[in-house]
Design a protein around this ligand. Structure first.
Ligand SMILES: C[S@@+](CC[C@H](N)C(=O)[O-])C[C@H]1O[C@@H](n2cnc3c(N)ncnc32)[C@H](O)[C@@H]1O
Length: 247
């Protein structure tokens, strides 16, 4: 089994200082509006790779949200933020909850599918948990056609005196394959003022537009490309929906 990056294992308690729930409010509104535009009666939503539950902390105002992630540490972070929501441990390539939902949603966690075989398994899991007449919504951060291998930085200070700052540097060893690296350098400040640095390498999947629609269709869903506007984008991005036929 491939390893998760340190961020989701030993460093999971630091997640809210890297990526805070309030950073997700605008995008969660875009996902909610897309769901309600296409499936107005939606009540139940399953998120695969739900991480620290940042999206869920906003989506739960509109839907009955169920969360699943491969990392126990990230589930613990999310349970603190979303104690009222059901949480399940599971890999999006293999999870089977024995339940179906109106919508199955996968956001940035889909980037950890680095081969087409893995991506297909994740889409299969999403389709397996989608009720007839329901919708799968996939929101990759990057597409092969518009990826920019950039360097950025960020981080937050916590109410407990801890703080985190990070440098994020993406690069692609081979533009012909389906993955690239994002190298993270974290500076972690404890409440007593001590600071340490950690390097964490993330291997991220990268697929062209047509792969997303093709894999949704292969799993029996009717694919559609939906607009994904956000104030941080220079141009409107895309989200990939798959609709399951009724009955
Ligand atoms: C960037 S975080 C997701 C953050 C999330 N969007 C939020 O709102 O807090 C990525 C998550 O993907 C999870 N992940 C990576 N590979 C996975 C897999 N194969 N199955 C399920 N979760 C996975 C990691 O454990 C991590 O929690």
């Amino acid at each position: 089994m491939d390893q998760l990056p340190s961020l989701y294992v030993d460093l999971a308690p630091w997640w809210p200082l890297l990526s805070a729930p309030e950073d997700y409010e605008e995008e969660a509104g875009v996902y909610r509006d897309a769901v309600l535009a296409h499936r107005p009666g939606t009540r139940t939503l399953l998120e695969l790779g739900s991480g620290g539950g940042n999206n869920a902390s906003h989506l739960k105002r509109s839907f009955d949200v169920t969360l699943a992630d491969r990392s126990e540490g990230m589930l613990a972070v999310s349970r603190r933020l979303n104690p009222e929501l059901p949480h399940h441990a599971g890999d999006m390539r293999t999870l089977r909850l024995g339940q179906v939902f109106d919508v199955v949603f996968i956001h940035d966690a889909i980037a950890y599918m680095t081969t087409e075989d893995d991506l297909r398994l994740a889409v299969r899991t999403a389709a397996a948990h989608c009720r007839p007449g329901g919708m799968v919504l996939l929101v990759p951060d990057d597409l092969r056609e518009r990826v920019a291998f950039e360097t950025s930085h960020g981080g937050h200070d916590g109410p407990d005196g801890r703080g985190l700052r990070y440098l994020e540097w993406s690069w692609d060893p081979d533009p012909e394959d389906t993955w690239f690296y994002t190298e993270y350098a974290y500076l972690l400040r404890e409440a007593d003022g001590t600071v340490r640095g950690v390097h964490d390498r993330h291997r991220m999947g990268l697929f062209p537009r047509q792969t997303w629609s093709r894999l949704l269709a292969l799993e029996g869903l009717t694919p559609a490309v939906l607009p994904y506007p956000h104030s941080s984008f220079d141009e409107v991005h895309e989200m990939f929906a798959g609709f399951k036929t009724d009955g």
